[in-house]
Design a protein around this ligand. Structure first.
Ligand SMILES: Nc1ncnc2c1ncn2[C@@H]1O[C@H](COP(=O)(O)OP(=O)(O)OP(=O)(O)O)[C@@H](O)[C@H]1O
Ligand SMILES: [Mg+2]
Length: 284
C-alpha cells in the first residue's frame, strides 16, 4: 500500500495549522503508522520553531533545488516523527522549485504510511501545490468570522486545483463557541474541534508535540481523536477512558459540544462520513 498524503491548509495565517499538522501526525504515529511531517512553508519555515528537530544531511530546499535525494532530507523529532524541514538561508528560498514537491510526495508515499504536509498561510503558489497533490486537504480555522471567511476562499481554491477537501478542523475553541454554527456556511464536514489549551505553548517550548508532552491535556485528546479518525479508528481504550475527565477539565462548554450529535462526542465521526480515509488496516 502506498502512503496517504494529507495537506494542512488555512486561509488566514496563525490559526493553528502547524499545531494541527504536528499533533495529528504524532497521533497517527502513536497508532503505529510510519509518519513523515513535511514543512512546506517555504518562505517562513516554522516546524523547527516548535519541534526539536534532529536535522538530516540535506534540507527540503536542497531536494526542491535538485541537489539532494528526498530521503536524504528526512530528519527526526520527538513523538516517533520523521520530519523534512527547509533551510533557513534566504538563498534557499530562491533555489527551491515548488513544483518538485510532487516528486517529493511520490517518494515519501513509497516510504511511509502517512505523509502530513504543513503549508504556509495565504493563497500563494507554495500553498496551492500541496493542495492539488494531497489525497486529503485538512482545512484549519479558528471559529472567528474573518478566519472562516478566508477558509471559504481556501476551500474554493483547493477545489479549483483539484484538491480533495476532507473537512475542517476548528482550533482554539473556547467556551461560548457554537461549532456547528461556525461551520454552517462551509459545506464540509467538521473533522475536529480543538479546545484552547495553554499546554500548546508549553509543548512548543519543550520542542515536543502536545500529544507527547501532555498526552492527556484537552487539546492533546482532541488531536488524538482527530488523528485516529483520519485513520478510520478509535483511540486506544486507555485514552478513551481518560477522555471524559479531560473533557470535563476543558469545561462545561466542551461537554455541551460533545453532547451534540455529529460533533466530536460521537465515536467515529469521520469513519461515518468516509469510512475512514485510510481504511482500518495498519501497516500491512
Ligand atoms: N489549541 C490551542 N490552544 C492554545 N494556543 C494554540 C492552540 N493552537 C495553536 N495555538 C497557538 O496559536 C499560535 C499559532 O499556531 P500555529 O503556529 O499552529 O498556526 P499556523 O496556522 O501554523 O501559523 P502560520 O500561518 O504562521 O504558519 C501559536 O502561538 C500556538 O501556540
Ligand atoms: Mg505554521
Amino acid at each position: 500500500m502506498t502512503g496517504h498524503v494529507f495537506a494542512v491548509a488555512s486561509g488566514k495565517g496563525g490559526v493553528g495549522k502547524t499545531t494541527t499538522a504536528v499533533n495529528a501526525a504524532a497521533a497517527m504515529a502513536e497508532s503505529g503508522r510510519s509518519v513523515v511531517l513535511v514543512d512546506y512553508d517555504l518562505g517562513m519555515a516554522n516546524l523547527g520553531a516548535v519541534l526539536t528537530v534532529e536535522p538530516a544531511a540535506a534540507t527540503l530546499h536542497d531536494v526542491l533545488a535538485g541537489d539532494a535525494e528526498t530521503l536524504d532530507a528526512v530528519g527526526s523529532a520527538p513523538g516517533d516523527l520523521d520530519v523534512m524541514v527547509g533551510g533557513t538561508d534566504i538563498e534557499d528560498f530562491g533555489r527551491a522549485d515548488p513544483s518538485k514537491l510532487r516528486d517529493v510526495a511520490a517518494d515519501l508515499r513509497e516510504a511511509y504510511d502517512v505523509v502530513v504536509v504543513d503549508t504556509g498561510g495565504g493563497l500563494s503558489h507554495d500553498t496551492t501545490v500541496p493542495l492539488g497533490l494531497a489525497d486529503d486537504v485538512l482545512l484549519v480555522s479558528t471559529p472567528q468570522g474573518a478566519a472562516l471567511e478566508n477558509t471559504a476562499k481556501t476551500l474554493a481554491l483547493a477545489e479549483r486545483v483539484g484538491g480533495e477537501v476532507a473537512g475542517l478542523v476548528l482550533t482554539r475553541v473556547s467556551g461560548s463557541v457554537d461549532t456547528e454554527d461556525s461551520v454552517a456556511d462551509l459545506d464540509v464536514p467538521l473533522l475536529g474541534s480543538i479546545p484552547e489549551d495553554g499546554g500548546v505553548a508549553d509543548s512548543e517550548e519543550a520542542g515536543e508535540p502536545l500529544v507527547v508532552f501532555a498526552e492527556e491535556s484537552p487539546a492533546a485528546q482532541s488531536y488524538r481523536e482527530l488523528g485516529y479518525e483520519l485513520l478510520g479508528e478509535s483511540p486506544p481504550l486507555s485514552f478513551q477512558n481518560d477522555d471524559e475527565e479531560a473533557s470535563a477539565a476543558a469545561g462545561a462548554a466542551l461537554a455541551e459540544v460533545a453532547d451534540e450529535p455529529g460533533t466530536r462526542g460521537s465515536p467515529s465521526l469521520l469513519s461515518r462520513v468516509t469510512g475512514g480515509l485510510l481504511g482500518s488496516n495498519g501497516k500491512d
